[in-house]
Write a protein that binds this ligand. Structure first.
Ligand SMILES: Nc1ncnc2c1ncn2[C@@H]1O[C@H](COP(=O)(O)OP(=O)(O)O)[C@@H](O)[C@H]1O
Ligand SMILES: [Mg+2]
Length: 695
């Protein structure tokens, strides 16, 4: 590989820089931080872009600080590789730092796009960007690390530089794949085998078979039930057709029978009424005769009664007149007795005062009138007493007459009441006799009604007899229909139960079939996985062996390569660089092997550089590239004194027939005159840098 030119625009410190690069040793000189490493970082960036190994601070830091947002950041490189000229241009634009890349080969477009360019380069060099950097860039830090690492770590670092790690990664992946395959084999085995080691697929298939059998039987049972149901339904249809007529008949018959019953009741009632009426009539007909016998006497009863009533009135009148006579007499007697009392009072008065006193009435002197007056009074008393006696005798006569009147009145009263009894008896008889005729009429009526009732009853009975209705048959039909209905319901339920069972069986069968399918697939995969696991086991073995082999080969290869380089660089003084198990360096000096500590600082640096260059070479050859004739040595002088720097520099010139280009980056200017081509990097006052080829 030969880098022809590099052109930067707004790349880190560089606003713009364009360099044509010669062959041979090219020194890049400038003060610390001026942008020397940046130049070769830009070369790597153009090829592989924002990789962590290149842009350690992030893609935002790539574009020149202070550049305007619209300013493009770009790197364009031109290089030759195996007789072809390539150009790569990479740009970064916009806020999002969008990167674009284009690669041309021999003037024509080879790849466009960041990924495409990377891919093309990997194909071209046969290595990825990591291997590319390790083989092309050697830094002082690495050389220091190689010498100052503790024993075990040095070996690790060499292995890391040689990227044996990717082999380890591959082995780890193989192991992972194998254990994954084994795991899935184990899972499959445990799933495929039942508890007694019998294949689960067998028992699944058997269960599916028995489910199918069960389903068949269920379907058969269902069909039998359905045909049975159909038959029963036709019987039911027939029964249903017959029943309405029978029902109508039953209703008629019922109505007729209840009509007969009520007609019978009616007839019996009429008969009863007739009987009662006949008894009444029998009883009343004797009264009728009695009435007829008495009927002639009736006018006389009235005449007798009025006569008695007339006599009763007469007697009453007489009694009243006797009573008034009697009271008159009594009043007269009382008057007379009162007069007698008054006369006696007069007599007593006169007798008391005597004849010489004045008359109390006429106030004249009584004298001789006294006696006559007394006589007069006595006469008056006598007269009145006689009258009383006469009145008393008349009174007792009247009393007798009154008694006679009472006797007569009592006799009359007795006669009246006897007569009145007779009259009322007659009246009663008369009423009863009248009733008889009424009852007779009623009887005729009743007889008519009874006869009609009997006739009606006969008609009804005749009609009843005429209806040919088989009650028993009717009841049986009804019962049969009920039974059929119950049967149909049961059958329905049974069919439903069968349907449920069928659905359940089907569901289970589907689930089992799915499981079976899955297990069958698993079986198929099982053997695949077994083959794969076997293959991976073999591969793991082979890779492990390969790694061991590689590591065992690396040391001799490194020794051979670095010994050869050392021979060239020391012009045959040291021809053998020896690495022990821990990659500790020894040199053979005049047939004797000595640890590196024995040698001078410059010799130590040289040995380390040879080992580092040998690593680059091995990587390049391992990837099938031997035209990797470009190396970048970044600050490899370290803190060597001027003498050693000179010696190293002049020895490096000895490599110029092995490498087409050697880029030597250094901030030390005191060896400048020893360098062929120099690129001088200078810092400008505005913070940018300029690079130019000066020799
Ligand atoms: N995007 C950038 N814009 C401007 N300066 C930058 C940018 N990125 C890095 N730098 C500066 O570039 C310098 C590092 O350049 P470098 O090439 O490593 O120096 P050296 O010459 O020592 O190898 C530092 O001073 C750093 O601050
Ligand atoms: Mg630097």
């Amino acid at each position: 590989m030969r880098l022809r030119s590099i052109k930067l625009q707004n790349y880190r410190r560089y606003k713009s820089a364009e360099l044509e690069l010669p062959d041979g040793m090219i020194s890049i000189v400038g003060s610390n931080g001026s942008g020397k490493s940046t130049l070769l970082e830009a070369f790597a960036w153009a090829m592989f872009g924002n990789q962590a190994e290149i842009v350690r601070t992030g893609k935002e830091s790539v574009k020149r600080q202070g550049a305007s947002p619209t300013d493009p950041c770009s790197v364009r490189i031109e290089f030759d590789y195996e007789d072809t000229q390539y150009t790569i241009e990479r740009t970064m634009k916009g806020k999002n730092h969008t990167v674009n890349a284009e690669m041309h080969a021999g003037g024509s477009l080879m790849a466009k796009g960041t990924d495409e360019v990377s891919e093309a380069l990997v194909k071209l060099f046969g290595m990825d960007h990591k291997s590319f950097f390790i083989s092309v860039f050697a830094r002082q830090t690495e050389l220091n690390a190689l010498t100052s690492q503790p024993k075990g770590d040095r070996k690790k670092m060499v292995i890391r530089l040689l990227d044996i790690e990717s082999l380890d990664e591959a082995i780890r992946r193989i192991r992972e794949d194998r254990s994954e395959a084994e795991e899935s084999i184990e899972t499959a085995r445990s799933e495929l085998n039942g508890p007694e080691g019998r294949p689960v697929t067998d028992s699944l298939a058997a269960e599916i078979g028995s489910l199918s059998q069960t389903e068949k039987e269920l379907v058969k049972r269902k069909a039998a039930l359905e045909s049975e149901m159909k038959k029963t339904e036709s019987v039911m249809a027939k029964l249903k057709k017959e029943l309405p007529a029978l029902e109508k008949m039953a209703k008629e018959k019922n109505a007729l029978e209840s009509a007969i019953k009520s007609a019978r009741r009616e007839s019996a009632l009429l008969d009863e009424q007739k009987r009662e009426l006949a008894a009444d009539l029998a009883h009343l007909s004797s009264k009728e005769e009695e009435f007829k016998a008495l009927e002639a006497k009736a006018p006389k009863y009235a005449k007798d009664l009025s006569e008695i009533l007339g006599k009763k009135k007469e007697t009453q009148t007489e009694k009243e007149s006797v009573r008034s006579e009697m009271s008159e007499l009594k009043a007269g007697i009382r008057q007379l007795e009162k007069e007698i009392k008054e006369i006696n009072i007069h007599i007593d008065e006169i007798t008391e005062i005597g004849p010489d006193s004045d008359c109390p009435t006429c106030k004249r002197r009584l004298g001789e009138t006294y006696e006559s007056l007394l006589a007069e009074y006595s006469a008056q008393t006598d007269e009145r007493k006689a009258k009383i006696t006469a009145a008393n005798s008349s009174f007792s006569e009247l009393e007798d007459r009154l008694k006679d009147c009472d006797a007569r009145a009592a006799a009359l009263e007795k006669r009246e009441s006897g007569l009145r009894d007779k009259i009322s008896k007659f009246e009663k008889l008369k009423f009863e006799a009248e009733q008889v005729s009424k009852l007779r009429k009623k009887m005729t009526d009743l007889e008519g009604r009874a006869a009609r009732a009997v006739a009606e009853l006969q008609t009804l009975e005749k009609k009843n007899v005429s209806i040919s209705f088989d009650e028993k048959a009717y009841e049986q039909s009804k019962k049969a229909l009920d039974e059929i209905n119950a049967e149909l319901r049961t059958a329905d339920r049974n069919i439903m139960a069968i349907n449920t069972e069928l659905a359940r069986a089907e569901e289970r069968k589907t689930a089992l079939s799915e499981k079976l399918d899955r297990l069958r697939q698993m079986e198929a995969r099982f053997s695949e996985q077994r083959a794969k696991a076997e293959l991976l086991t073999d591969l793991e073995q082979v890779m492990g062996d390969f790694r061991t082999h590689l590591i065992s080969r690396i040391r001799p290869a490194l020794m051979a390569s670095s010994s050869e380089l050392l021979g060239v660089l020391t012009e045959g003084r040291y021809n053998e660089l020896i690495l022990d198990e821990d990659y500790e360096i020894s040199l053979r000096d005049q047939g004797e092997q000595h640890r590196l500590e024995r040698f001078s600082g410059g010799e130590k640096d040289l040995a380390n550089l040879c080992l580092r260059l040998a690593i680059s070479e091995i990587i390049a050859t391992r990837h099938g590239t031997n035209s990797f004739d470009l190396i970048v040595l970044d600050e490899i002088f370290g803190s060597q004194d001027a003498n050693r720097k000179r010696t190293l520099l002049s020895t490096l010139n000895g490599l110029s027939n092995r490498f087409k280009q050697i880029f030597l980056i250094t901030h030390v200017e005191d060896v400048k005159e020893l360098m062929g081509n120099v690129i001088l990097v200078t810092e400008n006052p505005d913070g940018t840098s300029t690079a130019s080829v000066v020799q």
